[in-house]
Unconditional design. Structure first.
Length: 338
């Protein structure tokens, strides 16, 4: 990828600024988070000395140099963004399985123009090497995860692969497993939730269980992995694996709320008390395993992904209140890093 050298002089208005903020404020520089990664990657010097911390303060008269990747023209509607890291777990000429980080939106939407997974895929693959069945603003996207949901996702490099993977989802043979921690004691070791889901009539941001004519079928099965005793300020917790047979918007979050066990940390469908959310400000939901037959080779592709550190920290904080793992929990929890 071509690069350009940016030379900057710290003026009176920038004296004492953090390095990442100073870089991001300059013309033709990427976002602040991208500038921070640039510093961490060794691409920035201050007075000819490599900068080592994004929080370092620049001083009046400092000469700052940054070697910035220059994205090549995308050839489409989306600008490539090479500064968004892609945690790729499987890749070949047809598809990618990646682990999405929290806070990353899958495709452009109001407020998110060039900082999405789709922009990162364009930078990685090139606009002309991604499936376009979802439209030119969603290149490669096969299915979505909510912004603050982490874990495994699929992307397709051509229309035929994208269509085949979407067919596997429609036929309910693309096996997608999620792990979630919910409030309360879930009594049954396993179960099935089957409802309609539609846009809420009270709050257009939310989805809701519905039997209205326009509601779409949604099926979630679950297995309990571990239960945790209630404390003085909470009613206990249950760690579960959920299996999606359909892929409705917010499906697991809506279904768990429907049965009286909202997700820990869920700011939209859950409980706002930070104490009962164990300090978590995003939903405890992680796409931990996918399994499917490769549409081109026929081989079985199976990828697993451990829980990210913030979710593992929550489980660690509950360790002393564990009521024991189920058989499924004994099998799955070690693979999660728990």
């Amino acid at each position: 990828m071509p690069q350009r050298l940016v030379n900057l002089l710290v003026g009176p208005e920038s004296d004492g600024m953090r390095l990442d903020a100073f870089l991001a404020a300059a013309d033709d520089m990427p976002s602040r988070s991208a500038c921070a990664r640039l510093v961490e990657g060794g691409g920035v010097t201050i007075n000819e000395t490599p900068a080592t911390s994004k929080s370092e303060r620049v001083l009046l008269g400092d000469r700052v140099r940054a070697l910035v990747d220059e994205p090549e023209p995308a050839g489409g509607l989306l600008a490539p963004n090479p500064y968004i890291p892609l945690d790729i777990r499987y890749e070949d000429d047809y598809l990618i399985v990646l682990s999405k980080q929290a806070g990353l939106v899958c495709h452009p939407s109001p407020g998110h123009v060039d900082d999405t997974l789709a922009n990162a895929l364009v930078a990685h693959c090139g606009y002309d090497h991604l499936g376009m069945l979802q439209g030119e603003e969603r290149p490669g996207i096969v299915h979505r995860l909510d912004m603050d949901t982490t874990g495994l996702m699929l992307a397709a490099k051509d229309d035929a692969t994208q269509r085949a993977l979407q067919d596997l989802i429609r036929l309910r043979v693309l096996d997608r497993r999620y792990v979630t921690l919910v409030h309360g004691y879930v009594a049954h070791d396993e179960g099935t939730i089957e409802t309609g889901i539609a846009r809420s009539t009270r709050d257009r941001i939310r989805m809701a269980v519905s039997d209205a004519p326009g509601a779409r079928e949604a099926i979630t099965t679950f297995r309990v992995l571990e239960r945790f005793e209630a404390g003085r300020r909470d009613e206990g917790y249950t760690l579960m694996e959920c299996h999606l047979y359909t892929g409705r918007t917010h499906q697991i979050r809506v279904h768990m709320r429907h049965i009286g066990h909202p997700l820990v940390g869920d700011q939209l469908y859950g409980r706002g008390d930070e104490r009962v959310n164990r300090g978590l400000s995003r939903q405890f939901l992680h796409s931990w395993r996918v399994r499917f037959d490769h549409p081109e080779t026929g081989e079985v592709v199976e990828v697993a992904d451990r829980l990210p550190d913030d979710l593992l920290d929550v489980l660690e904080s509950l360790k002393e209140s564990s009521m024991g793992r189920t058989g499924a929990g004994e099998e799955i929890c070690p693979a999660l890093g728990a």
